[in-house]
Design a protein around this ligand. Sequence first.
Ligand SMILES: [Zn+2]
Length: 465
Amino acid sequence: MDIYQLYASRHDYPDLDYDKAAEHLSQAIRCRTVSHVDTAETDQSQFERLHQLIRENYPFIMKNAACKTFGNSLLIELSGSDKTLKPAMFIAHQDVVPVIESTVRKWIHDPFSGDISAGFIWGRGSLDIKEMLIGFLEAAEYLLSKGTKFARTVYLAFGEDEETVGSGAKAICRYLLSEGVELEFVWDESGKIRDGKTYGAPAITVGEIGMYEKGYADFAFRTRSTGGHSSLPFYGTSLGNLATAINAVVSEKRPGSLSETIKESLRILQPFITEEPLVSLVRNIDENEEAILEYFLADPELFALAATTKAPTMITPGAPAANVMPGDMEAVINYRMVPGDTIESLQQHYRSLLPDNVEVTFLRGVNASRASRHDSFGFRSLVRALNRYYPDVVFIPSANTAATDGHNYEPVCSCVLRFTPFLEDNAIKAEGIHGTNERLSIRAFQQGLRVIVRMMEISCLKQAK
Ligand SMILES: [Zn+2]
């Protein structure tokens, strides 16, 4: 799929200074805003640099806005003229993940160079997600500089630790809650672009907007042993018992489920689906739910939308020598739960599935978020904006398989939309996001900027209802 072939209406907003916007993104990438779980390791001065850039580069926003900070997290409020309209919020996180030392030499441009070269803006954060942070600022600045007045209050909210614990988004949400603010919609990153073939619709491209986030849970599985000489493993070893337990968990087929959101996405796709077996199955989605679920669970691209996934990720080292039995051992399995499976239900299930010599402990996590409605003003507006720039993409409500900041705003908003409007090549994204050679093409950056300006116009100006 050539993603750039999907672009349309490229001549909109000819007076927007795209070069300056790219330079601003480049400057933002040069701020090494790496977040760490242990905040003592986080370099606060890098966040201050980024805030300084924001203050300098966006004079119209600064003149019109009320700014608040919560630690390093930022909330910018641009007050609208019509107080009967609920505010809209545009969110992106300031932080980025670290660059693994051993991979630095694989980067064509230094990870924090912000180099603009060969049609790309290079560096950590160019895809995740400083382009969206800068995009929101550029769009608001552009509209304000032209004398545009927002009817709906616009919030720009930039958390500091989405990649670790999301405390910044939680703090901003607590503040809004205390002020009695209720938001019309929140627009956050994520989403996916897929070849329609996956859904049996080869003539189209599908854009999945995340309406909820799957749950997240880390569970520790522990086996105990005093160790000893490996010639007498009468009860097996702690490693053997742990391996058996991991195998029992991983090989167990759990039922999975199709959420209402996923079923709705199939209703939208139905007119485009031409291939069996889905073309027959989606004629009556409710009646064929079981068979559709089986189809999803058997597909490497779709299974995560319907299954609670389990990924064994960590294990303590075993014995120091081949003839020594290991002592206590522990493995961590990372879960991503579909709505319906919860931390509590998983814990109960594994207690009954596994033998007594395996302890199961919940470490951390959060249940699946609430699903936003696809018949909301926010969703309709976003699809309208996206469709102008990507007219051949059919946008559907879907699920986020990974967590983001969005769910933290549930207490103040029933419509959280997760979609990154900068459509970049899937291979570039796969390599770059949390990986090496993270880069965003200039054309994707410009096209995404147009989507954001259009979305602000559609949803936040006078005619907005
Ligand atoms: Zn991100």
